[in-house]
Design a protein around this ligand. Structure first.
Ligand code: MRU
Length: 375
């Protein structure tokens, strides 16, 4: 997508062929800064410290991390160690394991001398595939936005299609296009009037800092709202539909996404607002039956007790918002059960959120799984 007219992806090979470059998302929205990853340690740190984040981009960066590791040492032992280092960075987004498994499986049969080039080629291909997958998600999701617009027109209702989203599932969370935001970009580019309610998404404010930033750069009308405003807006009829991303979706269609997603899905159900989840197929964990089995990341409580922002004179400051001594807990993700999700939007099309819907779109992956009628 474009940043001030310049097309960017979130990760790309450096011109000298020895490193990859990323947009440092810890600096957004106050500064647009790129960073160079030269080593396995750089890649692992970038994921762990959330310079890159979002399930698909975590996977892409992990693939590049293996490539950087192979550049230094392409032995079996180094491959195993690099896999473990990267796998330990963040627990919830399953794209991490997917990408590591994919690259490792291609490298293991090769002589060590061939591994660095092969890893680079596969990491680059994973990035290209992710961009294509997300664009296809955009095309499929556009149908819902078009339908919502048609309904508004038929009912002679004023105003744009109002979409509520949570966290950042835009192009910054992927290699390009995004998942939840891809249909919105497609609609906006096609001239469909859209407006986005952007949940701020405490504690790290991926909505306020990242989603608002990328929507603004693309010229998509939006307002940032506090996390608790969504229910009120829905009751007032100011939300036509919700779209979020997911970090892991289990075989029964349960969706694990940024903490707070479940509450939005619950409010959407109570108000008859469609709740869609956009996901690339590497985000589906076919090895897990249900959302309760997903490991939920617990992060530093300091993310809850503090807030970081820019002062009027341009300094970035972190301030404490809780009383001294009050403990905090910081769960990063929650699970929205499949029955609260109106439909899943994938690169292969749209399906009911549930075992049967996913199996219909991905029969080759679902084959061999126990035949259960629920979900
Ligand atoms: O903790 P983050 O910022 O990595 O969490 C990201 C999300 O929860 C996104 O909504 C999810 O990865 C889907 S993005 C395509």
């Amino acid at each position: 997508m474009n940043v001030d007219g310049v097309p960017y992806r979130t990760i790309w090979p450096a011109a000298d062929g020895r490193a990859v470059e990323i947009i440092d998302q810890t600096r957004l929205p106050h500064a647009f800064v790129t960073a160079r990853l030269e080593t396995l340690a750089d890649a692992a740190r970038a994921i762990r410290d959330m310079q890159v984040r979002g399930a698909p981009l975590i996977g892409a960066t992990a693939a590049w991390g293996l490539a950087l590791a192979m550049q230094a040492d392409a032995s079996d032992a180094a491959l195993a160690a690099a896999y473990e280092t990267l796998f330990a960075t963040r627990p919830t987004a399953v794209n991490l394991r997917w990408a590591l498994d994919d690259v490792r499986a291609r490298l293991l049969p090769l002589d060590a001398g061939l591994r660095a080039d092969a890893a680079r080629a596969r990491a680059a291909a994973i990035c290209d595939e992710d961009a294509a997958i997300c664009e296809a998600i955009g095309e499929h999701g556009l149908e819902f936005l078009q339908a919502a617009w048609d309904v508004k027109q038929a009912r002679k209702q004023d105003g744009p299609v109002n979409i509520l989203t949570h966290c950042n599932a835009g192009w910054l969370a992927t290699v390009d296009w995004g998942t939840a935001l891809a249909p919105i970009y497609k609609a906006h580019d096609a001239g469909l009037p859209v407006h986005v309610w952007v949940d701020e998404t405490r504690p790290r404010n991926q909505g306020a800092g990242l989603t608002a930033w990328e929507l603004g750069r693309h010229g998509v009308p939006h307002h940032v709202i506090v996390d608790n405003a969504g229910g009120h807006l829905m009751r007032r009829g100011l939300v036509d539909l919700c779209i979020t991303g997911t970090d892991r979706t289990t075989a029964n269609g349960d969706v694990c996404n940024k903490i707070g997603t479940y509450l939005k899905a619950s409010a959407a159900r109570d108000n008859f607002v469609p709740f869609y989840v956009a996901l690339p197929s590497p985000t589906i964990d076919w090895t897990l039956e249900k959302g309760e089995d997903i490991p939920i990341e617990e992060r530093d409580p300091a993310e809850v007790t503090t807030v970081t922002g820019r002062t009027a004179d341009g300094r970035i400051e972190t301030v404490t918002v809780t009383p001294e001594g009050s403990p905090a807990v910081n769960y990063g993700f929650d699970v929205t059960p499949y029955w609260l999700v109106t439909a899943l939007i994938t690169e292969r099309g749209v399906c009911a959120a549930g075992r049967d819907g996913l199996a219909r779109l991905f029969p080759e992956r679902a084959a061999g799984r126990p035949d259960e009628s629920t979900g």
